[in-house]
Design a protein around this ligand. Structure first.
Ligand code: F6P
Length: 370
């Protein structure tokens, strides 16, 4: 995969693509510091994801530009989960939209800005584009895995997940006190797409009674059995954490909307309300639903995400300077390692059913609704 060292790199670019995740700025900051201080490189920031590379929206990134950004959520460069250069919406004369391959414009703009190598910070959608740029055009790229969903198989953990997990756990803690006071069922819907990592771990950390994840289709009657069992034991409230990708046995995930020009067209959402209504109907116990939504993506990164982001950002520059293009930096605890991009985007990391976390959860009495 790696096609050798490209000697004398003087200028690199950094791009953030896909949904934001707390810790991106830590990656950018570390990458810029290592590039400027250690390798004496110039750094160009590409604004608004791949759209910025297609439309040539760039700016200089120096030490001054990254000062003070370590604790900041979001990305100082802006991002989008649209604008795939290999499938880009172009408005036609008659007003209709046609999807075209505009990847040549990416090459032109890299050349125009003198960018010799590129760090792409993204989830599987952005990293697939990074892989294509490398495979098709030998653009010297290095990927940095980012997503709150923690669903990239080639890394032990993505940065952003730990912060999302803290936010979701705090939400469960808050729901607990009001659930208990009002003798209610509280349903919390969390993000995570097709993987149940946020729901599982926040549910464990927050002491949920039921956790519904995409990997374990549920039976609503079993969910209600658990709630009734708790009532019979004198526990007049219950906490149900539902991953947005959870689905009933034999049923489908709930799709909130389809975004045509996005890398990932399906937006999940709504299962929390479905589950909440069914629980109230079947148990007769007052049930309230909270959808945590984008709160999970916002805010200041946890110390873990700041450090992981910094390690990955520094490693990405080191990898570029070693000429190891077409790779993605990753966490192989306790080390930072790298894998070929093609391998990194090949497989989604889902909760293994035999994992000790699932087993422990069952043993301490948590229901997965099955
Ligand atoms: O991949 C990150 C994520 O937050 C998912 O958990 C969620 O399904 C999706 O992005 C939401 O995307 P958007 O910000 O486009 O609504």
């Amino acid at each position: 995969m790696t096609r050798g060292r490209r000697k004398g790199i003087k200028k690199i670019g950094i791009l953030t693509g896909g949904g934001d995740a707390p810790g991106i700025n830590a990656v950018i900051r570390a990458a810029v510091k290592v590039a400027v201080r250690h390798y004496r490189l110039k750094v160009i920031g590409i604004e608004q994801g791949f759209g910025g590379l297609i439309e040539n929206r760039t700016r200089k990134l120096g030490l001054k530009e990254v000062r003070g950004i370590l604790p900041r959520g979001g990305t100082i460069l802006g991002t989008t989960n649209r604008d795939n250069p290999f499938h880009y919406p172009v408005r036609q004369a008659d007003g209709t939209i046609e999807f075209q391959d505009v990847s040549q414009r990416v090459l032109e703009n890299l050349h125009r800005n003198g960018i010799e190598a590129l760090i792409i910070i993204g989830g599987d959608g952005s990293l697939k584009i990074a892989s294509q740029l490398w495979e098709r055009y030998s653009v010297p790229v290095v990927g940095v895995p980012k997503t709150i969903d923690n669903d990239l198989s080639a890394t032990d953990q993505t940065f952003g997940f730990d912060t999302a997990l803290s936010t979701a756990t705090e939400a469960i803690d808050k729901l607990h006190t009001t659930a208990e006071s009002h003798y209610r069922i509280m349903v919390l819907e969390v993000m995570g797409r097709y993987a149940g990592w946020i729901a599982l771990q926040a549910g464990l950390a927050g002491g949920a009674d039921v956790i519904l994840i995409p990997e374990i289709p549920f039976d609503i009657n079993k969910v209600c059995d658990k709630i009734r069992e708790r009532s019979a034991e004198g526990k007049q409230f219950s906490i149900v954490v539902v991953a947005e990708g959870a689905k009933p046995i034999g049923g489908e995930m709930v799709v909130k909307k389809v975004v045509q020009d996005s890398f990932e067209q399906i937006r999940l959402g709504g299962i929390g309300n479905v589950v909440g209504e069914q629980i109230e109907k079947l148990t007769g116990i007052e049930t309230r639903v909270t959808v945590l939504g984008h709160l999970q993506r916002g805010g200041s990164p946890t110390p873990f995400d700041r450090i992981l982001g910094s390690r990955l950002g520094a490693a990405a520059v080191n990898l570029l300077m070693e000429g190891r293009f077409g790779e993605m930096v990753c966490l192989r605890t306790p080390h930072i390692a790298s894998v070929p991009l093609a391998e990194a985007v090949g497989e989604m990391r889902r909760v293994p059913l035999g994992s000790d976390m699932v087993r422990m959860a069952r043993q301490i009495g948590i229901s997965f609704g099955n």
